[in-house]
Design a binder for this molecule. Structure first.
Ligand code: UN1
Length: 513
């Protein structure tokens, strides 16, 4: 990967690496076991680092807890100023960070840059927000009383993030949490730890420049055990976790057992409904990018196309034709559309799903398979596949984190398509392709999509940061990023002030002493 300037990118981000591929062991964030990061692009070892032991973890939590005492007293607009500087650093380092995201995670360089852009955008959003952490005022039922609410910082926020958006999801949480006055402890995916190191280096530099305690931004690394320390730790009032439904259920139960708050962004099984009034050209673009972008590893990836029978053949042919033009290869090469899966472990469920859909009666219309030979040495490159299936197949009900698109047919009216679309446990993103106003509004109405995100004439992925991001049912119910998602990072306090010389009770109660 030398020709793609990976070494320069790592240098710019302060990551110690050995471009001969051997260990340097010097990205030290702890004294636990060693974690090696390999690139799915070419299979090379990028760097090694030491993970967080229980002892290290205790140190991190006490550093964070004491940093909170300082940070909470900094006025919110000044906290916003620090976030503004962080956003500017990201602007400066957009290319190297985008490159590291692409090389360590395997998404295209364009998408890596897009991810850093999401970080920059959420910083801008958070800066504005730092002057708008508004509460309401109410009219008291008692004379001479004033009532209002205010939002205070929560404390230490724990962030557990996934490999697929190794930097943006952290930034959505952190930028908001920081302006809200919280400090963060982040556990990035053990599949993309260097993205974590890079972001931590950037954040630590900004904090240093402002003479602020380093504990405002903390990084822990390691496997699920480190996640467990966090979710069971009552010193962390909020855990924000992104990942599989399986992981989310474990985290949610541990956090609930101590009555903490959790913000969950779990699996999706996102569908696009294609009605007889759809624009076919737009449908193809939306569906293909949604299904194969990031190699089908977005939680918003399009997994199901629900197509009306009257246009089924036409839509199928157009999408198959588009699939035949896809170029699969090194994601740092801009000519390629599809990069690798995250690792060889991710290839297994992909192959298993393709087998299972056939076993359940489905028909493959675009063959899958693992690519071999020059350029594919990492063993992580797979062909985006497509199968005709039925909505009730067990495999169609599941989220397989890979580029597999299921074509489902509906007949009659939109109600039937909605039954299919809503008939899964996940509820993240959804879309309808139609130029028919009645269908579009029906889809968006209370009788329509049951998902957290519902789009008209765009695909299921690529949400903007300005809206609240998240989903219903087993997707976990959390909302991150824009709109009023900030409220979960703060505690609301209702204040009633009596400025009279009497003490009247509420509800008209007389208590004569
Ligand atoms: C994710 O896959 O975890 O909407 C996040 C999108 C991106 C974020 C996806 N903005 O596809």
């Amino acid at each position: 990967a030398a020709e793609f300037g990976i070494g320069d990118a790592l240098n710019a981000l302060g990551i110690k690496y050995n471009n001969k591929g051997s260990s340097t062991g010097s990205n030290n964030f702890g004294s636990g076991h060693t974690l090696a990061s390999h690139s799915p692009v070419d299979g090379a070892l990028i760097a090694k680092m030491d993970t967080t032991s229980k002892e290290d973890y205790e140190k991190v939590v006490s550093t964070a807890t004491s940093a909170f005492k300082t940070w909470r007293t900094v006025p919110a607009p000044q906290r916003g100023e620090v976030v503004r500087q962080f956003g500017n650093k990201l602007r400066e380092l957009k290319n190297p960070l985008g490159k590291l995201v692409s090389y360590e995670m395997g998404k295209s360089y364009q998408e890596g840059l897009g991810e850093v852009q999401e970080m920059i955008d959420i910083c801008d959003f958070a800066v504005g927000l730092s002057r708008q952490l508004h509460g309401l005022t109410m009219h008291s039922e008692r004379p001479g009383h004033r009532m209002y609410e205010q939002y205070h910082p929560l404390g230490v926020v724990g962030i557990i993030s996934a490999f697929n958006f190794p930097v943006a999801v952290w930034a959505w949480n952190t930028a908001l949490a920081w302006v809200c006055g919280d400090v963060c402890i982040w556990k990035p995916s053990e599949k993309t730890p260097l993205c974590g190191v890079a972001c931590q280096n950037i954040a630590a530099g900004v904090l240093r420049d402002n003479d602020l305690p380093e504990g405002i931004s903390c990084l822990v690394t390691g496997d699920y055990k480190v996640g467990e320390y966090m979710s069971q730790d009552s010193r962390i009032p909020l855990i924000s976790a992104t990942g599989s439904i399986r992981m989310g259920k474990i985290v949610a139960q541990a956090v609930a057992a101590r009555l903490g708050k959790s913000l969950l962004e779990l699996g999706g099984n996102n569908a696009i409904i294609v009605t007889p009034d759809a624009d076919i050209k737009m449908t193809v673009i939306g569906a293909v990018f949604g299904a194969v972008g990031t190699c089908g590893q977005r939680c918003t990836s399009t997994r199901r196309l629900i197509i009306h029978e009257s246009i089924y053949g036409k839509v199928k042919n157009a999408i198959v034709e588009a699939y035949n033009q896809l170029r699969i290869g090194n994601p740092l090469d801009e000519n390629n559309h599809v990069g690798p899966l995250i690792d060889q472990d991710a290839v297994k469920p992909y192959l298993k799903a393709l087998k299972q859909v056939v076993a359940e009666g489905g028909k493959i219309v675009v063959e899958g398979g693992v690519l071999e030979g020059t350029g594919y040495e990492s063993g992580c490159y797979v062909k985006p596949a497509m199968a005709e299936a039925e909505a009730n197949y067990e495999i169609v009900q599941q989220e397989t984190f890979a580029p597999i698109l299921y074509l489902l047919k509906y007949s009659g009216d939109l109600e039937n398509a909605l039954t299919i679309q809503n008939g899964v446990v996940q509820g993240l993103s959804s879309a309808i392709m139609t130029n028919n106003l009645r269908e579009a509004e029906h889809f968006l109405s209370v009788r329509g999509s049951d998902c957290g995100i519902a789009n008209v004439n765009i695909g299921t992925s690529g949400a903007e940061i300005g809206g609240a991001f998240g989903g219903e049912k087993e997707t976990g119910g959390g909302r991150e990023s824009g709109s009023d998602a900030w409220k979960i990072y703060m505690r609301r306090q209702t204040n009633t002030i009596n400025y009279t010389t009497e003490l009247p009770l509420a509800q008209g109660i007389k208590f004569n002493l």
